[in-house]
Design a protein around this ligand. Structure first.
Ligand code: COA
Length: 332
């Protein structure tokens, strides 16, 4: 009798993360805009963030994170056959940061592309990589979330400049027929709410000009409070639906690794799942919101500190500009 075909899944075999060494604390920001450490901690949970130096860009952070992931996987760069970089603060519109990274890694003839789903970008990339691997189209895919968002902040706008930080996280995916790996991914977007978080200048709608500079259109703008409300509702539904569709009870979850934007949003999501906060990976107090890099940086820290172990059920979730939101459920 023929053996039943084994399920092929993709599995994250290694992670790596990197953040620039320069720290900017809330107290440092108190000297720049009318804000306070107390306000920032109470409203967001953030205490400090890392910021790129003048000559550092997203690809530099991506390169460092990728080297660590490759080392942790025991692989050489030539073993990678696709690169996806999730970023909204790419080095430049083109060439893509993924192509720049490919060159830095000295790999040739692999597909490499950037993906823009803002803070949900890492999970979108994971979902795409998962599809390519499950269909055995590519064998080993490097996905990176890399952001140098502090370069796009208006340091006169206290409603945004306190929130964001720079960094990168990388993961390498490979096929497995073991009972583990990516169990499901769910991706969503609602473009009708696109004006909640924007960077309007520099594209074909508002090409760079004296006028776009004057109007500060090359900086991030956010309707924070409106975004907050939609994020809480969308993420609560998302995590419940993700577990339900996979027949997993919240009590079976080993760890929730959320996008690190706001502690209150994360607490609301955990509370909807009935999950105690010790089952939630948090590092936003040290990095701020690093957009597409936040989940892979947090995931890498969870792996390194033994908070994620073989067999664990891990839930990733994110929400960001677009608007976009996404989840991934993984058996580690
Ligand atoms: N320091 C001091 N006061 C500040 C401030 C700062 N850095 N930023 C805003 N304020 C003031 C506002 O001016 C406002 O004052 P007013 O009441 O006199 O008008 C007051 O604080 C409340 O502002 P509000 O925007 O309602 O605060 P909030 O509780 O919504 O918190 C965010 C603001 C941005 C922290 C929060 O809305 C948030 O995290 N939003 C979601 C972000 C997100 O998830 N984005 C998706 C990924 S990028």
């Amino acid at each position: 009798m023929k053996e039943p075909a084994k399920t092929i899944r993709s599995r994250i075999i290694a992670t790596g993360a990197y953040a620039p060494s320069k720290k900017l604390t809330n107290f440092d920001i108190e000297k720049i805009v009318d804000t306070s450490d107390e306000w920032i901690v109470e409203r967001t949970g953030i205490k400090e963030r890392r910021t790129c130096g003048t000559h550092e860009a997203a690809s530099d952070l991506a390169f460092e994170a990728s080297k660590i992931a490759l080392k942790n996987a025991g692989l050489k760069a030539k073993d990678i056959d696709m690169i996806i970089v999730a970023s909204v603060s790419t080095d430049m519109p083109f060439p893509s940061t993924a192509c720049i990274l490919q060159d830095r890694l000295e790999i040739k003839n692999t597909p490499a592309f950037d993906l823009n789903a803002a803070c949900s970008g890492f999970i979108y990339s994971l979902s795409i990589a998962d599809s390519f691997i499950r269909t055995l189209t590519y064998k080993r895919i490097l996905i990176v979330g890399a952001e140098a968002l502090t370069k796009f902040l208006d340091w006169e706008d206290r409603t945004t400049c306190v929130l964001f930080g720079d960094g990168a996280g990388a993961a390498i995916l490979e096929a497995t027929d073991e009972d583990r790996g990516v169990l499901s991914t769910k991706l969503y977007a609602d473009g009708s709410l696109g004006d909640f978080i924007t960077l309007e200048g520099g594209g074909s709608r508002n090409p760079a000009s004296k006028d776009t500079l004057k109007k500060k259109q090359h900086f991030i703008k956010m309707k924070g409070n409106e975004t907050f409300k939609v994020a809480v509702r969308a993420l609560e539904n998302l995590v419940i639906d993700t577990l339900k569709e996979n027949n997993i009870k919240p009590s079976q979850l080993s760890i929730l690794i959320p996008h690190q934007a706001n502690l209150r949003i994360i607490q609301a999501t955990a509370s909807r799942l009935g999950l105690s906060m010790d089952k939630v990976m948090l590092n936003l107090e040290r990095y701020g919101n690093t957009s597409a890099a936040s989940i892979p940086i947090a995931l890498d820290e969870a792996v390194r500190t033994g908070r994620v172990r073989a067999g664990d059920i891990v839930l990733l979730e994110a929400f960001g500009a677009g608007l976009t939101w996404a989840s991934a459920l993984i058996k580690w």
